[in-house]
Design a protein around this ligand. Structure first.
Ligand SMILES: Nc1nc2c(c(=O)[nH]1)N[C@H]1C(S)=C(S)[C@@H](COP(=O)(O)O)O[C@H]1N2
Ligand SMILES: [Mo]
Length: 300
């Protein structure tokens, strides 16, 4: 009897302890990005580039970055966040590829993370930083017309809501990068006040596959199919219903997250037999494998 009470108490305390830790973890973490470090290991006033993926780990002051005139550029960006809302931004700064070359990025380097003074960080696969990205001047109209390829930069001057390159003025060192497509949500990886860039040889991993509920098979006409993912707020789920392979150019299932406007992530209503093909795409890991879900509607 006594023993039972004791185990009961221990259990309650253990649960409380776990619960509190869970709450703390949730508050410290922005689930749409890589996360947040409580006390980041940074040197104030410097941009540090480190990690086993560079030959010459280095530190630069802002003045030193501004002296690298050959790599300076002013660029326009179209930016979408997870609400989702859209904006334009101009920035002046240094090309990231130049800086990574300067510190001797190795061929083996595969994962690159950007850490801010407030502990916020975002992770990229090397490919995500090196592939072609664009500025869409007609983002607001939902059109790809007049898209221009833009480099990723570390900007020390910017201006939100502007397309006028001369309007960029002072600010914190911010990572700005283009979109892979009109639906690419990249605001959350535009890290502000970048203090550390860590370049690692470790492979970035791959997002897990998308899941569907109800499971594929025979369904009634009008059934709602919910697509979901184990890291739903860090990935975008793209899908096709015409049998083609899904990509970032396909239909976007979840324009928002589970905590901003979940009602925008609408289930698919299936009225006739269909195969839904899905892929999860997100920063910091490779695209998931494609998952296919075949539904069979009676009589169709
Ligand atoms: N240092 C730092 N950078 C950050 C964040 C942050 O909390 N700290 N938030 C990110 C997220 S989630 C978004 S959506 C954008 C927000 O930028 P905005 O408020 O200027 O639109 O900044 C990104 N960069
Ligand atoms: Mo965000």
């Amino acid at each position: 009897m006594k023993g039972q009470i004791k185990t009961g108490k221990v259990l309650i305390f253990a649960l409380l302890f776990l619960g509190l830790n869970f709450l703390v973890a949730c508050q410290g973490q922005k689930p749409e990005s890589g996360g947040k470090i409580e006390k980041p290991d940074i040197t104030p006033g410097f941009l540090t580039i480190s990690g086993n993926g560079v030959k010459a780990p280095s530190r630069f002051t802002l003045a030193e970055l501004k002296d690298m005139e050959e790599a300076q550029t002013s660029q326009c960006y179209s930016i979408v966040n997870n609400w989702p809302s859209k904006k334009y931004m101009v920035g002046r700064g240094i090309e990231l590829s130049y800086l990574l070359k300067k510190v001797g990025i190795k061929d083996e380097a595969q994962t690159i993370s950007f850490q801010a003074a407030d502990g916020y960080f975002a992770v990229f696969t090397r490919q995500q930083l090196e592939e072609k990205r664009f500025y869409y001047p007609k983002l607001m109209e939902g059109s790809e017309e007049e898209a221009q390829e833009v480099p990723a930069i570390l900007a020390w001057e910017h201006r939100e809501g502007s397309k006028d390159l001369s309007k960029a003025s002072g600010g914190k060192l911010t990572l700005l990068l283009g979109q892979k497509g009109l639906n690419d949500v990249q605001a959350q990886v535009c890290v502000k006040d970048v203090a550390v860039i860590e370049v690692l040889n470790s492979p970035p991993g791959q997002w897990s596959t998308v899941q569907a509920t109800p499971a594929p098979g025979r369904i009634k006409s009008g059934t709602e199919i919910v697509l979901h993912h184990s890291e739903q707020d860090q990935v975008k789920i793209y899908y096709t219903t015409d049998g083609s392979s899904p990509s970032e150019k396909s239909l976007l299932y979840n324009p928002s997250t589970t905590y901003y406007q979940p009602e925008l992530n609408k289930p698919l209503v299936v009225k006739q037999s269909v195969t839904i093909k899905t892929i999860a795409v997100g920063y910091g890991k490779k695209d998931s494998q494609i998952a296919s879900f075949a539904y069979d509607v009676e009589g169709y």
